[in-house]
Each structure stands twice: as C-alpha cells, then as structure tokens.
Ligand binder design. Structure first.
Ligand code: SF4
Ligand code: FES
Length: 251
C-alpha cells in the first residue's frame, strides 16, 4: 500500500510548527501505524534527514504513551483502541493521512508529535496515597466488596492515562480521566479514608492545569481506548458535591 502522509513537524515548544508531506510506499496492510512511522523514520535517516519524534512504549494498548491525532481523530479511526493498535489495512490504498499531536492547551508540544502530559501526572499526584494497614496481610475475605462495586472500580481502573479524552473534547477537558481515577478508589473500601480530600485536591489540580469543563459532548467516551464511560463524570460530580458538603458541615 502507498500513502501520502501530512505530518506536523515542530523542532521545539518555542518554534512555530508546520505540516510537511511525506510519501511512504510498499507498506504491508498488516503493518501497524507506528511501524509505518518507524519505516518512514528509517528512510529519513538513510537520506540524512531528521526523523519524526513521536511517543510510544508498550505498543499493545496498555501504557497510554502513544498519542496521535489522525485525520482529526484522537488515536485514529479504529475505536476503541490506542493508536499503537491501529493497522494500515484500516486505510484506503493511496489515501492521504494527516498526523498531528494531541491538541490541548494543557499538553504543550515538546517536539513534532511528542507532547508533555505531565499535567495528568499532577492530577494523580494531588490525589495522594491511600491509608493501608501495615503488618501481615489481612484474610482475603475480611473486607467484603459488592461485586457491582468491584466491577465498576475495575472498569475505572482500565484508564491508561493517554489523554485522548482531553484531545477530543472541544473544551480540552480532562474530566473523563480524572473521573476514572477518582471513581476507582472511591468505589473501594481502601479508598474511603481519603475519599473527600482526594476528589477536592484532584479537581483543584485539574483546574490549575488549565483543563476545560465538561459540556456533555461525549467526544471523550467516543475516542477512549479503555471505553471509560461518561457515567464516571457524573460520579465525579457527585463525589465532588459530597466532599464539599461534608467539608462545609465539618466547618
Ligand atoms: S479516560 Fe480514556 S481517553 Fe482519557 S486518559 Fe483514560 S484511557 Fe485515555
Ligand atoms: S504505546 Fe502503550 S498504549 Fe500505545
């Protein structure tokens, strides 16, 4: 298969970027999207040109490192899935493919397609630790957890922290990400001691990072490789309201 690629090139955060055209030829349909970029980079290196910087790590959809907007869609057209799980057979032979970094004000561009997503780390860090009893491990059945809660907590824990939700949102909102992280622990007994302080601090960190607010467009859910439901945003709002109420009563 042959493709015309239109790729965002930007030497660093301080320099203006631009779209540059590249042609790739004789690509197997079973080549992954990132392998196709590897092939392009190999060709660029052989021609003495600067390779294209892009992020990846596990290349199996679990680490959240890959982050490309392809033809205007975060993670490309094959949802649900991270861009490392996308294959060239998804595209028409001879197609023109536009490749950009995730465009979110809170994710500054580092170089080409690489962005700085440390704002998401700061939200998680703000949530802090959970209290856990030290000493020998408790008997496994001593903390009963309803199956519904356990399943829901597991669904929230599936978030891989890629930031596609913020990239797809017209408001640049990270509420799907934050709601998954807040809900995961709020649903479990282990997360109860810091339940209120955690949600208040994480929402504060989210706002401080400059992410926008949710206006229910559901674009985040549509692109999420982990299929995190927008229902968790409703839970985040409930958790936040509960925490503020208890804080005010406490005062
Ligand atoms: S909620 Fe989904 S899209 Fe957002 S960071 Fe988590 S896995 Fe990525
Ligand atoms: S490289 Fe790990 S999720 Fe894509």
């Amino acid at each position: 298969m042959n493709f015309r690629l239109r790729i965002w090139r930007q030497p660093n955060a301080k320099t203006t970027g631009k779209v540059v055209n590249y042609d790739v030829r004789d690509i197997s349909p079973n080549t992954s999207f990132l392998e196709m970029l590897d092939i392009l980079n190999q060709n660029l290196l052989e021609r003495g040109e600067e390779p294209i910087a892009f992020d990846s790590d596990c290349r199996e959809g679990i680490c959240g490192t890959c982050s490309l907007t392809i033809n205007g869609e975060a993670h490309g057209p094959d949802h649900p899935g991270a861009v490392c799980e996308l294959y060239m057979r998804t595209f028409r032979d001879g197609a023109t493919i536009v490749i950009e970094p995730f465009r979110v004000g809170s994710f500054p561009i580092v170089k080409d397609l690489v962005i700085d997503r440390s704002a998401l780390d700061r939200i998680v860090q703000a949530g802090g630790f959970i209290s856990a009893r030290a000493g020998s491990a408790p008997e496994a059945n001593s903390i009963p957890i309803p199956k519904y809660d356990a399943d829901l907590a597991m669904e929230a824990a599936a978030c891989i922290g890629c930031g596609a939700c913020a990239a797809a949102c017209p408001n640049g909102s990270a509420m799907l990400f934050t709601s998954a992280k807040v809900s995961h622990l709020a649903l479990l007994p282990h997360g109860q001691p810091e339940r209120e302080s955690r949600v208040l601090k994480m929402v504060q960190a989210m706002d401080a990072a400059g992410f926008g607010n949710c206006t229910n467009t559901y674009e985040c859910e549509a692109v999420c490789p982990a299929e995190i439901s927008v229902g968790f945003i409703a839970k985040l709002n409930r958790e936040y309201a509960r925490a503020r109420l208890r804080q005010n009563i406490g005062k």
